[in-house]
Design a protein around this ligand. Structure first.
Ligand code: ADP
Ligand code: MG
Length: 394
């Protein structure tokens, strides 16, 4: 890798600000449903502890939109991390300001603190230079280990570069090395499967992926905007109206390059995305006006399966349905099983997608399970991730 990592810097006695992605699934009572995102950061954190750094961790959690949300405090994450490390991790109630400064100035070598949720501050997502500067004042060195957030130009991802030397963490290094070698000369046919909920962000990346692949399969919440773009009524499904034009452009671009884009033929619909809802399967031309798409249907699963069996490289980001609810989990489950059984290079990316595959016990049947969804897609598109671009070169 051309970028410097923590191993290339002396860290002993230094205050090291580490951007991690601790955006774990957590319920309203602060119970962490899956701690994978914490575990994958342990190599960097223990490296820094063993090399006598003062470790200042920072992360986002959920989407508090620049305001304090009591349900999105990082306290429970600090407790879980402390159990995993078997040492104290001090949770702070803020990410910047005099109190944080005071605690950090009293840290000893090898100690660990976790700053409060970065997205409680509007400056984080706005990449506000004032916020970035205040955060940078806490440290002597910045380490980015949040591969999954590195496609976003936020203050804690790119803003530190103005003020601090920036290097990669060990998870970041592993992701870059794995994905670089997997995407270098992919075996064909090459399919990308895209689903999930973050439609706006992913659609933009998809436009750049089209020239790299042979086939695009669309499911999940993403399917509604694509179906709408093809003139289908999708009932009360969430659609991003300002992305319809982009969807049409993507479909035209795909056609002109001979890349096939397959949308669902049938879907599971329900009134609400809740466990005890009545749900049934309809063809996409017949989605009732008062129902929303919750999963892909059996015909679509069959069609996607047939296509995937011919592929030699498959990249998947975004669940095919609301898989957290058993009755809407069929699509995600079936596609996971098909991909796990392929003799192809298979890359799974995204918090929820990785969680689904792990829950099904299929993670070790995949070539690589990435911690980044949007980030791994952007990597595939060949566009440098903003958070990687700012890291120092070797
Ligand atoms: P990832 O974390 O894998 O990158 P996203 O964050 O984009 O994926 O989306 C994951 C979420 O998408 C899941 O919580 C899932 O319930 C939701 N989802 C999937 N299909 C639908 C759908 N048809 N309607 C609404 N939400 C959906
Ligand atoms: Mg997600």
């Amino acid at each position: 890798m051309q970028k410097k990592t923590v191993r290339d810097e002396g860290v002993s006695g230094k205050r090291v600000l580490v951007r991690v992605d601790f955006n774990v699934p957590m319920n309203r009572n602060g119970k962490i449903e899956d701690d994978t995102r914490i575990r994958v950061c342990l190599p960097t954190i223990t490296y820094l502890i063993h090399h006598s750094a003062r470790v200042i961790l920072c992360s986002h959690l959920g989407r508090p939109h620049g305001q304090v949300d009591e349900h999105l405090r990082l306290g429970p994450v600090a407790r879980r991390l402390s159990e995993l490390l078997q040492r104290s991790v001090v949770p702070l109630r803020e990410a910047i300001g005099p109190e944080v400064m005071r605690v950090v100035s009293e840290m000893k070598d090898g100690e660990v603190v976790l700053l409060e949720n970065l997205r409680f501050y509007p400056g984080e997502e706005d990449n506000d230079p004032g916020f970035a500067r205040e955060l940078s004042l806490l440290a002597d060195l910045f380490v980015n280990d949040a591969f999954g957030a590195s496609h976003r130009a936020h203050a804690s991802v790119v803003g530190m570069a103005e003020y601090l030397p920036c290097v990669a963490g060990l998870l970041m290094e592993k992701e870059i090395e794995q994905l670089t070698s997997l995407f270098e000369d992919p075996a064909r046919p090459f399919a990308v499967i895209i689903g999930g909920a973050k439609v706006g962000e992913k659609i933009r990346i998809l436009e750049n992926i089209i020239p790299k692949v042979n086939l695009v399969l669309v499911g999940g919440g993403m399917a509604a905007t694509f179906l709408k773009g093809r003139g289908c009524d999708v009932g009360i499904s969430a659609v991003e109206p300002d992305k319809i034009e982009l969807v049409r452009r993507i479909m035209q671009k795909a056609e002109s390059l001979g890349v096939r884009v397959l949308l669902p033929e049938d879907v599971v619909v329900a009134e609400k995305l809740e466990a005890d809802e009545t749900a049934w399967v309809v063809r996409v031309e017949e989605i009732p006006a008062d129902r929303r798409i919750a999963d892909i249907g059996p015909l679509t699963i069959m069609e996607f399966t047939n296509e995937l069996k011919k592929c030699r490289t498959v990249v998947w980001n975004g669940p095919m349905g609301v898989f957290e609810i058993p009755r809407f989990s069929n699509g995600t489950k079936s596609i996971s099983e098909v991909i796990a059984g392929l003799s192809a290079t298979t890359v799974i990316g995204g918090g929820s997608t990785a969680e689904a595959v792990t829950q099904l016990g299929l993670a070790d049947k995949m070539t690589h399970v990435s911690t980044g969804g949007g980030a791994s897609l952007q990597f595939l598109s060949g566009k440098t991730l903003p958070g990687v671009a700012v890291l120092a070169d070797k």
